[in-house]
Design a protein around this ligand. Structure first.
Ligand SMILES: [Fe+2]
Length: 244
């Protein structure tokens, strides 16, 4: 089995275990590539390593019972133990299939925090750079969509959370790069500025279509959904600001 076939096999395993987990993986892969492009990552590395690594970051969750994955209340100590093992289980699955070590690193370290308070207590620069990107993309995606226990956060709330966790959960250099790149909604709600932000997101959609050459590519669809959510969020906040 080639690397590409092994990656696809594992992606399909995620999809058949839980379509919701597959959608989350797509959202994280899309955001990881987008962040990678803003950080100046080479497209070849992004496509060959970051993309499959991000798609498979949660593959270890196929060993976690859905009653734990989707529990709305707090997890018991035993359940938490099971949950915490998913990065190691995932990395082991990749190792068994002889997948590239860089992919294994992304999977193994995607729950690490810059301050060393993550699952494996690896800190700072010792966390592989691509795993830092996936960790940030994972957090942004998780906050941006509805969950069983809460509604999706608005883009300005997601921005506030990433700013708050700069240097603790997330690498300062990544948080700063997002500030400089125009990734976030502007501080002012001026229409022209919002328009330029949405234009960037549309450009990313166009880039994905160009790179994958297929409108039906799952990443293209993931970015379409992201764009839809952003447009809806802005329309809602514009409506809230409008005088009665
Ligand atoms: Fe995870």
């Amino acid at each position: 089995m080639s690397q590409a076939e092994a990656v696809n096999y594992l992606i399909q395993a995620i999809r058949s275990y839980d379509p919701g987990l597959f959608d989350h993986s797509l959202g994280v892969a899309n955001l990881s590539l987008y962040l990678g492009s803003l950080l100046g990552l080479q497209w070849g590395e992004a496509r060959e390593v970051l993309f499959p690594g991000a798609m498979l970051h949660d593959v270890g969750k196929i060993y976690v019972d859905k009653s734990i994955l989707y529990k709305s209340g707090p997890l018991s100590t035993g359940e938490w133990e099971v949950m915490r093992r998913h990065p190691e289980q995932g990395a082991r699955l990749l190792a068994e299939r002889k997948l590239d070590g860089l992919l294994q690193e992304i999977v193994l370290y995607h729950h690490e925090r810059w301050d060393g308070k993550g699952y494996l207590s690896v800190r700072g620069e010792s966390i592989p750079f691509l795993a830092q990107i996936v960790a940030l993309a994972d957090a942004i995606d998780a906050m941006s969509v509805d969950r069983a226990y809460r509604k999706a956060l608005a883009p300005v709330q997601v921005r506030a959370e990433v700013r708050r966790c700069r240097g603790s959960q997330f690498a300062s250099c990544l948080a700063d790069a997002l500030e400089r790149s125009g990734f976030w909604p502007p501080d002012t709600g001026e229409e022209a500025v919002v328009e330029s932000l949405l234009a960037r997101e549309r450009q990313w959609l166009a880039r994905l279509v160009e790179m994958f050459g297929d409108l039906r590519h799952p990443l293209v669809q993931a970015q379409s959904r992201r764009l839809d959510r952003l447009v809806t969020a802005y329309l809602q906040s514009a409506k809230a600001r409008a005088p009665e």
